[in-house]
Design a protein around this ligand. Structure first.
Ligand code: HEC
Length: 158
């Protein structure tokens, strides 16, 4: 460990590059390979989808139907990003697009909380079904999210 430190420090002292910056100096192949490794995975995109799921619920509850529709559209875009980023999830994502999204789109279009609520439950089931099919059944989702994070909704944090 100590030896490594000395080697690294002398490299810095001598002005030698400790590690070449692949972004400027790498070959196109190396640059491409590194960029592919940097493509965010499912967990990253799901984090955002989770936020939009909460925003969707609260937007409907607060009668913010246009904002609710926007959340559904963004969720759809994010699911297609998952398909591209992680091809092994593409098939189950397609099932979700076919079964989960039309129901919630209708629920939002109704601009009616009583029609929205069962549609939101169906969306939740479709999300959870995909988690199960992808060996992540333990990732549950609340039927009634306690709060939502978008500043546009201005809800208290919990
Ligand atoms: C294509 C299948 C699929 C669909 C559809 C899907 N998920 Fe996921 N989700 C996953 C997988 C797989 C993970 C685990 C990610 C990992 O470990 O790479 C995950 C993880 C999550 C997480 C955990 C993120 C974290 O770390 O806190 C949340 C929240 C989540 N999903 C919400 C949702 C919501 C909400 C929906 C529906 C609107 C949804 N998911 C639809 C596959 C899916």
């Amino acid at each position: 460990m100590k030896v490594l430190k000395i080697v690294v420090m002398s490299a810095v002292f001598l002005g030698l590059p400790v590690q070449a910056d692949w972004r400027n100096e790498g070959s196109p192949e190396e640059q491409l390979a590194n960029l592919v490794k940097l493509v965010p995975g499912t967990s990253h995109w799901m984090f955002e989808i989770g936020e939009r799921y909460k925003n969707l619920y609260w937007a409907a509850k607060l009668d913010r139907w246009e904002f609710a529709q926007y959340q559904v559209e963004e969720i759809e875009k994010l699911i297609t990003v998952v398909q591209l980023a992680r091809p092994k999830r593409a098939e189950t994502a397609e099932e979700f697009i076919d079964t989960g999204l039309p129901v919630i789109a209708e629920g939002v279009a109704s601009k009616n909380w009583d029609a929205f609520k069962p549609a939101f439950e169906k969306l939740r089931q479709a999300c959870i079904t995909c988690h199960g099919k992808n060996d992540h059944a333990f990732i549950s989702l609340p039927a009634e999210p306690a709060t939502a994070g978008s500043p546009s909704l201005n809800l208290p944090r919990r």
